[in-house]
Design a protein around this ligand. Sequence first.
Ligand code: GLU
Length: 256
Amino acid sequence: MRIAVKVGTSTLTYGTGRINIRHVESLCKVLSDVKNAGHEIILVSSGAIALGVGKMNLPSRPEDMPTKQAMAAVGQCELMYIYDKLFSEYHHTTAQILLTGDDLRDEKRHQNFINTMRRLLEFGVIPVINENDTVATEEAAVGDNDTLSALVAVSTGAELLVILSDIEGLYTADPRRDRNAELVDEVRELTPEILALGGGKGTAFGTGGMATKLTAAGICMEAGTDMIIASGDRPENLYDAADGKRVGTRFIGRKS
Ligand code: GLU
């Protein structure tokens, strides 16, 4: 099975911008093992800006575009250094691919991306993808890595996208505020009720980024790709996801 995995900044780093070694080591170990079991892995990783901020010892995440882009340039090196080092320990090779929304919208560049991905996977490489933040202005960007990971999964014909997040999955209410909130195991259709669970920007749901995850789910389901939201605190969740076992929330791709 070809599996795309998206991992977010909150899983990879602490609030300080420093790397969460426990999470990242365990993520690379599990991904290597899932690959050893015979699956193809595509990793979509955030964390560049946060790692840049940590490395440059900035007091907080910058608001202005040039500083953000500069931090992304610093942090992307750090990110790839860590992945290269950890995957090497398990004898796997990584490759960096940085994309903007324009690359995916332009037919020729999109096709080039697909060709390169195909060849990398034939070589047994683990491609690590991020938005090319240093050049992606608002109009040119995809804008968030949940959506980017769905576009990547669909373009490359992945059977499954697993989004590792700071939440176990989609809940019927905000689990940080409502003790009666229940995890939704499976979603077969993005009904208005389900979409409403995504919340708006600025709500507690918004901090978990559920709205962009539902956008990603829509892209995947439409293309017939399954998508799972699971907790990045336990990268071992990927074993269950790869084995088709119940974990987090599974959005079922439309089967035509
Ligand atoms: N591309 C950004 C970064 O690597 C993250 C974007 C996102 O998390 O959606 O820092």
